[in-house]
Design a protein around this ligand. Structure first.
Ligand SMILES: [Zn+2]
Length: 115
C-alpha cells in the first residue's frame, strides 16, 4: 500500500469529530454507537399545525440521524482498519481503494466499482 496512512488517519479523526458534533444537533446519544433523534419540545401542543410541524421535524431529524450514524460507524471502522493495517482495501474485491475516493469519503468501504 502506498497511500499516506497518517494523512488519512488525521482526516478520519477530524471527520469523526465533525460528525459527532453535527449529530448532536438532531439527536441524543443513546449508547456508544447509537443515537436517538430528538423529539421537538412541545409535544402536547393543541395546535394541529404545530403538531404536524413537530412530526415533520422529528422525521427529518430521524433521517439525518441515521445518515450521520452510518457515516460515524464507517469512520470508526476505518480507524480500526488503520490500526490493523488494512485501511483502504475494498471489502468486496480486496483491491486498494482509489485515493481520490478516500479523500472524498474517508470512511469508504469499497472501491469505485463496488460502491
Ligand atoms: Zn472492489
Amino acid at each position: 500500500m502506498n497511500i499516506d496512512i497518517q494523512k488519512h488517519k488525521d482526516a478520519l479523526e477530524v471527520e469523526l469529530k465533525r460528525l459527532e458534533t453535527e449529530i448532536l444537533e438532531v439527536a441524543e446519544k443513546s449508547s456508544d454507537t447509537t443515537w436517538e433523534a430528538k423529539q421537538t419540545e412541545d409535544q402536547d401542543t393543541a395546535d394541529r399545525e404545530e403538531v404536524a410541524n413537530s412530526i415533520e421535524t422529528y422525521e427529518s431529524n430521524a433521517s439525518v440521524t441515521s445518515d450521520l450514524e452510518r457515516e460515524i460507524i464507517d469512520i470508526r471502522d476505518a480507524l480500526t482498519k488503520i490500526e490493523s493495517g488494512n485501511y483502504g482495501v475494498c471489502e468486496v474485491c480486496q483491491a486498494e481503494i482509489e485515493e481520490e475516493r478516500l479523500i472524498a469519503y474517508p470512511g469508504a468501504r469499497t472501491c469505485e466499482s463496488h460502491m
